[in-house]
Design a protein around this ligand. Structure first.
Ligand code: ASP
Length: 332
């Protein structure tokens, strides 16, 4: 961490520049600074935070972190749990298809160094989060789309598989009778995952994976795989991730906004609330769609806020893996 940035971070704690000054006078090695930052923040790591009620995913991520692995490993493995869960109809295998009956997946991952990888509109591969990581680590690019993403996945060893389960096919066939595209406020059994984790080194990474909105137009890509919208990580500050109507998150670059608000001194909770407020202020129609955010800062503080009731998040911290109701805007 650069010295100036470190001092800014230290001042975020309220401890102030005096602490930073003692570091400046002492050893400036990155590892020493990291140790000092952890002791100042007294962060009880690891921490895993995810959108919705996904205890198996957070459990998996926690186990990886407890074994001393990095946050990026935990994010990938945690997200994979829901991607493989055929019962979840908004992520991975079993996700609801677009209006033509094709299951198309979006995912991204971002590590503590600010590296990012994503796949958008990818079909026939169960684990887009892992392909996104491969894009980040093994290619000169950050986003691969559609057929190209699928071809790349196969070339690095992923198997093709039909992602449309009988249950999702049936739901789509029922939807086709009226073919009325209307995003439903996602309040029940939702499992699109945005996940943030801090490992034992105090490093933060994040991931986001989804099958997107049910019965969307062919070719539609939401916020989830787009850096700054569905996910943003800055290892000096923290991270944020989103769920809900992606179009609204995209238009306000919600996750980046939250991280920048935290940089300016807002708590994760205050930052999530302001990001929701921005959406509400621009949309008289806000009663008809849901957006939810979660955020985690380097002090281990968390925030969660949504437009409507019934958004929830799962937090694994201090040996407790629990689902919590989020605060929300629309009380009427
Ligand atoms: N944000 C996702 C999208 O718009 C969907 C969701 O989280 O419900 O694709």
């Amino acid at each position: 961490m650069k010295r100036r940035k470190f001092i800014q971070n230290a001042s975020l704690t309220g401890i102030g520049v005096a602490v930073g000054t003692s570091i400046v006078a002492g050893n400036s090695k990155v590892e020493k600074e990291k140790e000092l930052v952890s002791s100042i923040f007294k962060v009880n790591t690891p921490i895993v935070l995810a959108t919705w009620n996904v205890p198996e995913s957070t459990q998996k991520a926690w186990e990886i972190l407890e074994n001393g692995k990095s946050a990026i490993d935990a994010i990938e493995q945690g997200c994979m749990v829901e991607e493989a869960n055929e019962k979840g109809q908004s992520v991975g295998k079993g996700g609801l298809p677009d209006r033509d009956g094709n299951v198309t997946l979006d995912a991204c991952i971002m590590n503590e160094e600010g590296n990012y990888g994503a796949v958008v509109y990818m079909q026939n591969i169960v684990h887009p989060i892992s392909v996104a990581r491969k894009v980040m680590e093994d290619t000169p690019h950050v986003i691969l789309a559609g057929k190209g993403a699928e071809q790349f996945a196969v070339s690095v060893g992923f198997d093709r598989e039909n992602l449309l389960t009988e249950a999702s096919k049936k739901a789509w066939e029922e939807w086709k009778i009226k073919s009325d595209y209307k995003p439903i406020i996602n309040i029940e059994n939702h499992d699109t995952i945005g996940m943030l984790a801090i490992d034992k080194n105090g490093d933060i990474s994040g991931g986001c994976t989804t099958s997107g909105l049910a019965y969307k137009m062919a070719g539609r890509v939401g916020d989830s795989p787009i850096i700054g919208s569905g996910l943003f990580i800055d290892n000096e500050i923290g991270g944020a991730t989103a769920t809900g109507l992606g179009e609204e998150v995209l238009k306000t670059v919600g996750s980046f906004l939250i991280v920048e608000l935290m940089r300016q001194g807002k708590s994760p909770q205050e930052a999530c609330e302001e990001a929701i407020q921005r959406i509400v202020d621009k949309n008289s129609d806000f009663k008809n769609f849901q957006v939810g955010y979660i955020a985690l800062n380097k002090k281990g503080e968390i925030g969660a806020y949504s437009i409507h009731e019934h958004f929830s998040y799962t937090l694994y911290k201090e040996n407790e893996n629990k689902n919590y109701k989020s605060e929300f805007y629309n009380k009427s």
